[in-house]
Design a protein around this ligand. Structure first.
Ligand SMILES: [Zn+2]
Ligand SMILES: [Zn+2]
Length: 314
């Protein structure tokens, strides 16, 4: 699979209008990786854009992309406020854009943005899908994973016969981790190690409740994914791309912080692992067929399969 992080910012872009912090100053002066636009990802195999931040149009034009399909994770402006890009895409191609939306997200998105207008004008063809149930896009199995939150927030699991990937850009503690090995995961960044921060983060700060620490995040994902990319890079952490590189390096070569336009290279499975992966996928497919009518049982079976796979690691 060939995912590309189009935008890697957290809830606010870098540089930010009127801000003279060292990060915004650096981004204005040097551009490059220091410039971050709203969080989004493009998955080539499915011709699918995930999320439409304010800068969606410029992200697509910057890479010469015109996706036929768009899916959304949630209704926050950094993920959705640029959804009029749907109109531009539809007008350019003369064809409605396919919008893939987990059902609970529809009312929230429609209330805040001109979603219904885009549908009525023929720019958007909406497909409402069930949370936690896979659907197929151009040979890629896509599963919207519902976060355990009151408001509708989703992550997306992508599966092809040879690879599995996860995009979970925002909120992480509430994500039910998918069972089974991943080739890549692009997830919300954790709190950097305190000695890497240029400011104090007092113990009563809300961040400790809402985010993983760097060590926790690395522990959560180690053994689950071969490549880990932290995105949704908050301007408020005040760290330059080079400083973030140095933090990622503490965990090893499999961990990176995202930058705008980052392509995630395919990592070939370690020797002997390919056959095991194939067996895992076959068993996963069997469980999903057999227990599709009983999601609870299905999850329990998948959990068992995953823990067996992990314990048998050579
Ligand atoms: Zn966000
Ligand atoms: Zn700033």
């Amino acid at each position: 699979m060939h995912p590309r992080v189009l935008g890697s910012a957290g809830s606010q872009p870098t540089p930010k209008a009127g801000c003279s912090c060292r990060l915004c100053a650096l981004a204005r002066r040097e551009g490059g990786r220091a410039v971050r636009t709203g969080p989004s990802l493009y998955l080539h195999e499915a011709d699918l854009l995930i999320d439409t931040p304010e800068e969606a149009n410029q992200q697509l034009t910057g890479h010469g992309l015109a996706p036929r399909r768009i899916a959304w994770t949630h209704a926050h402006p950094d993920h959705a406020a640029g959804l009029r890009v749907v109109q531009f895409l539809a007008q350019s191609s003369g064809q409605a854009v396919e919008g893939w939306l987990p059902r609970p997200l529809y009312p929230v998105l429609a209330e805040r943005y001109p979603l219904d207008y885009l549908v009525d004008a023929g720019h958007l063809e909406l497909h409402l899908v069930s949370p936690n149930r896979p659907f197929e896009l151009g040979g890629v199995r896509v599963t919207p994973l519902a976060h355990a939150l009151a408001e509708p927030v989703f992550a997306y699991l992508f599966e092809t016969p040879s690879a599995r990937g996860l995009y979970a850009p925002d909120h992480l503690r509430s994500l039910p981790l998918p069972e089974g090995p991943l080739d890549w995961a692009v997830v919300q960044m954790p709190i950097p190690p305190l000695d890497a921060l240029s400011f104090e983060l007092p113990p009563e700060h809300a961040a400790w409740k809402n985010f993983y620490t760097f060590e926790e995040a690395v522990e959560v994902w180690r053994g689950r994914t071969r490549r880990l990319v932290f995105t949704h890079v908050y301007e408020s952490v005040r760290m330059t791309p080079e400083e973030l590189d140095a933090v990622a390096a503490r965990a090893g070569d499999w961990v990176r912080f995202a930058h705008d336009g980052m392509e995630i290279a395919e990592a070939a499975p370690p020797r002997g692992e390919a056959a095991r992966l194939e067996a895992f996928r076959a068993e996963q497919a069997r469980i999903e067929r057999e227990f599709g009518h009983d999601p609870k049982r299905m999850r329990a079976e998948l959990r068992r399969l995953w823990s067996r796979y992990r314990s048998e690691r050579p």
